[in-house]
Design a binder for this molecule. Structure first.
Ligand code: NDP
Length: 313
């Protein structure tokens, strides 16, 4: 159950700031925290990402000041609590927003685009001319990923559950699209790639698509299985990787690609560059009052959303 509560906040301690939130990013992982797929001690706040303005700063905060616009993404259960009007956060984990990035765009984009940066550039290391398959391509991560891959010159095949979603993926830069319900999805992928299959599959759907994704890979290709929208992938017999062409599978999480301040700074700089240059445009498909977070969750798991969704305090 998601419940709205009122709480008085103390003044920020040393190294902390108080942020007045302007917009909060809705992410599928929030539903895993709510359902317990990713267990958290209860009661708990929810939400990993938001943008806003610093309204007070504790002692020793010298990199940021009152009035600065900032955003954060806090992968991991210790970072829960973005579904709030104001919040105290350690200054060290905040990213100052460039003037070119509005706060609602930052909340809609930061975690998802950082995920894409880590997966495309540092995990799969996609190169111009590579063939890639992106599942759930009209979702929050999906639409950013298709544009990012298009910008670096990859050949993109996109899947989604409806024709309207496939149109969005096409507009974002996918060369070919396939309904995710198609029985012959791997055959269509092979036809598009001259019989070879793709070098990388990006799969945030999980359980329902795992087997199909393996069938779409070229020999020695890579399946990046990065989410569980349909449920977690379990009980894999490793021999299947040999059978499918000595393929590779990774199950990455954002935290490991943004683990050090240096990695985070590089990744975020790349995110602002891609968005600031217009190569990646952020689609805010829907915004909900923060008090209606439960409805936003319902729509997200019912596959009714496209692009990024934000909650407004
Ligand atoms: P999306 O906006 O992509 O929403 C999820 C989409 O998944 C739906 O729109 C739907 O698209 C598809 N889907 C397929 N099967 C189901 C199902 N049974 N129930 C619900 N949706 C389904 O969400 P996000 O952009 O927030 O996240 C996308 C994925 O990326 C998630 O799995 C998330 O956990 C993962 N992620 C992983 C990170 C990491 O560090 N590993 C970081 C950030 C996100 P369609 O209707 O087209 O099938």
């Amino acid at each position: 159950m998601i419940e709205w509560i009122t709480e008085d906040l103390p003044a920020p301690s040393a190294g902390e700031v108080l942020i007045e939130h302007s917009a909060i990013g809705l992410n599928f992982i929030d539903t895993y925290h709510r359902t317990g797929l990713y267990p958290v001690p209860l009661p708990s706040g929810l939400g990993l990402e938001a943008a806003g303005t610093i309204t007070a700063a504790g002692e020793g905060v010298d990199t940021l000041k009152v009035g600065d616009r900032v955003a954060y993404m806090a992968p991991g259960k210790d970072g829960l609590g973005a579904y709030s009007t104001q919040r105290i956060m350690p200054a060290a984990g905040l990213f100052k927003l460039p003037d070119t990035i509005p706060s609602d765009i930052a909340a809609a984009a930061l975690l998802k685009a950082a995920t894409v940066e880590g997966l495309v550039e540092r995990c799969a290391k996609v190169q111009a001319g590579d063939w890639v398959l992106v599942h759930a391509a009209a979702g929050g991560v999906g639409l950013i990923m298709v544009q990012w891959l298009s910008a670096i010159g990859a050949n993109i095949i996109a899947t989604a559950s409806t024709d309207a979603k496939l149109d969005l993926a096409k507009q974002a830069g996918a060369q070919h699209t396939i309904l995710s319900s198609a029985d012959d999805l791997p055959k269509q992928v092979r036809d598009f790639t001259g019989g070879t299959g793709v070098s990388t599959v990006f799969d945030g759907v999980g359980k329902d698509t795992f087997a199909v994704s393996l069938d779409c890979l070229a020999p020695r290709g890579l399946l990046v299985s990065f989410g569980n929208a349909s449920g977690p992938v379990e009980g894999v017999n490793l021999s299947i990787l040999a059978d499918k062409g000595s393929v590779f599978v990774t199950r990455p999480t954002l935290g490991h690609y943004f683990a050090t301040p240096e990695d985070a700074a590089l990744g975020i700089a790349r995110v602002w560059e891609m968005i600031g240059s217009g190569k990646v445009k952020i689609t805010i498909g829907a915004s909900y009052p923060l008090t209606e977070a439960a409805n936003a969750h319902r729509d997200l798991v019912a596959r009714k959303t496209t692009g990024s969704t934000i909650l407004l305090p």
